[in-house]
Design a protein around this ligand. Structure first.
Ligand code: HEC
Length: 139
């Protein structure tokens, strides 16, 4: 038996009756807490209706376009304008764009007509934020 377990046993045997009870109750509580905690996880994982009641779900599910908006202001408004309607350099009206996510990202990465390519000037995470934001401009 490893030394740690042996010490625990010796400690346990040397305890008074009342201490032994407290010790056992503490362990019981721990086991109960663990099993209860696990069963809670299981039920929220398999039951979709309990997810809707879970208020912690809302903030993570909401789409945050703050970063996308910031990037758009820095890099895109010169041609597309704040709300995507401005058509400088014959830019496309983004309120009427019907591209899917891939199409939007493709346009930003490779450019199109008078629109420059933004490949290598921003990380993938920024591209994703911009793509999300461009979609919110649609009317
Ligand atoms: C120098 C001007 C210019 C800048 C800056 C610019 N664009 Fe464009 N954009 C254009 C032009 C011009 C077109 C139309 C290209 C064509 O169809 O020939 C276009 C087209 C697009 C389209 C395709 C729309 C469609 O319906 O086909 C998207 C999406 C787009 N731009 C997003 C962006 C985003 C996001 C940025 C900033 C990262 C940006 N653009 C910056 C000029 C620009």
């Amino acid at each position: 038996m490893p030394i740690k377990q042996m010490l625990t046993v010796v400690l346990f045997l040397s305890m008074s009756d009342i201490m032994k009870r407290i010790f056992l109750i503490t362990i019981l509580r721990l086991v109960l807490l663990l099993t209860l905690g696990l069963s809670n996880c299981k039920s929220s994982g398999t039951n979709p209706s309990s997810r809707q009641d879970d208020t912690t779900y809302a903030p993570t599910a909401a789409i945050n376009t703050t970063r996308g908006h910031e990037l758009f202001q820095q890099r895109c408004i010169a041609c597309h304008g704040l709300n995507g309607k401005y058509r400088n350099n014959n830019a496309a009206d983004l309120q009427f764009n019907k591209l899917d996510s891939i199409g939007i990202i493709n346009t930003i990465v490779n450019g199109k007509g008078a629109m420059p390519m933004f490949d290598h000037v921003m990380p993938d995470s920024d591209l994703a934020q911009l793509e999300l934001y461009v979609k919110t401009l649609r009317r």
